[in-house]
Design a protein around this ligand. Structure first.
Ligand code: SF4
Length: 222
C-alpha cells in the first residue's frame, strides 16, 4: 500500500475545528472572563479578536478531548448577577470540576505567583465563583497532569476536596463583580483595561495580543 499525507484534507479538518471554536467564543460573559484570566485579553476578545490560529485550536482540542472523557453528561449551567458558569457532572456529582494541565504533578513551582498555595490560583478562582453561584462551601476538583511527574510521562490524576467559608466566597464574588464592572466600562468606553489586570505574568506568554500590549508591559517593567 502507498501512503500519502493529505494536506488539503488536513486543512479542511483544521477549518472545521476553527468553526467550532469560534462558536464557543460566542457564548458571552462567563466566569472564566473574570476569574483567572486577563481582563485586557477578554476586552480584545470582545472588541477586536485576533483570528484563531492552528496552535490555539490544537491546544484547545487536546484539553477539550481529555475533559470530555473525564466529565460525565452535560455540564450544570449556573447564572448569577449576569455571569454564567458551567460545572462538570462528575463521578462526584455536579459540584465538581475537571481541569487538565501540561504541568507536572511533581513540580508545583509554577504556582508560585498564586496566592493560594499548592494548586493553580486561576482554577481555584473559577471554582470559588461556582461555589458562590451554587451556594455550597465544598467542591471537588479533579486535576489531570498530562505529563505526570515527567519521570515516565504517564498522565496522573489527582482529586482534591475544596472547602471555603461563606465570607471568603462573598469577598471573592465582590472582587469578580468589580472585574465585571471594569470590563463592561472598558468595552463601553473603548479603552482597554490595564495590563495589570492579568492574573499572572506568564499569561502573556503566547497571548495573541502580546504585540498590542508590548509597550504597556515595557512601561510596567515586565
Ligand atoms: S499580552 Fe498579557 S496583558 Fe496583554 S492581553 Fe495578553 S495576557 Fe493580557
Amino acid at each position: 500500500m502507498d501512503v500519502f499525507e493529505n494536506h488539503e484534507k488536513t486543512q479542511r479538518v483544521m477549518e472545521a475545528l476553527k468553526g467550532k471554536h469560534e462558536k464557543r467564543l460566542d457564548i458571552g460573559k462567563h466566569v472564566s472572563d473574570y476569574a483567572g484570566r486577563c481582563l485586557r485579553k477578554a476586552y480584545f476578545d470582545i472588541t477586536n479578536p485576533e483570528p484563531v490560529d492552528d496552535a490555539l485550536i490544537l491546544h484547545f482540542l487536546r484539553g477539550k478531548a481529555l475533559h470530555d472523557m473525564l466529565a460525565l453528561g452535560e455540564p450544570k449551567v449556573l447564572e448569577c448577577d449576569g455571569i454564567l458558569g458551567h460545572t462538570d457532572d462528575s463521578f462526584f456529582g455536579s459540584d465538581a470540576e475537571w481541569k487538565t494541565t501540561n504541568y507536572s504533578s511533581g513540580n508545583m513551582n509554577w504556582l508560585r505567583e498564586d496566592k493560594w498555595s499548592g494548586l493553580p490560583g486561576s482554577y481555584l478562582a473559577q471554582i470559588m465563583c461556582y461555589m458562590h453561584m451554587i451556594g455550597t462551601t465544598t467542591f471537588t476538583l479533579g486535576l489531570m497532569h498530562m505529563q505526570g511527574d515527567y519521570k515516565n510521562r504517564l498522565p496522573v490524576i489527582k482529586i482534591y476536596d475544596l472547602v471555603a467559608t461563606k465570607e471568603e466566597l462573598n469577598l471573592h464574588w465582590a472582587f469578580i463583580l468589580d472585574r465585571k464592572d471594569r470590563l463592561e466600562y472598558a468595552v463601553d468606553e473603548g479603552i482597554p483595561p490595564s495590563v495589570a489586570t492579568r492574573w499572572f505574568k506568564s499569561e502573556c506568554d503566547n497571548c495573541p495580543y502580546f504585540t498590542r500590549c508590548r509597550s504597556e508591559l515595557l512601561d510596567e517593567g515586565t
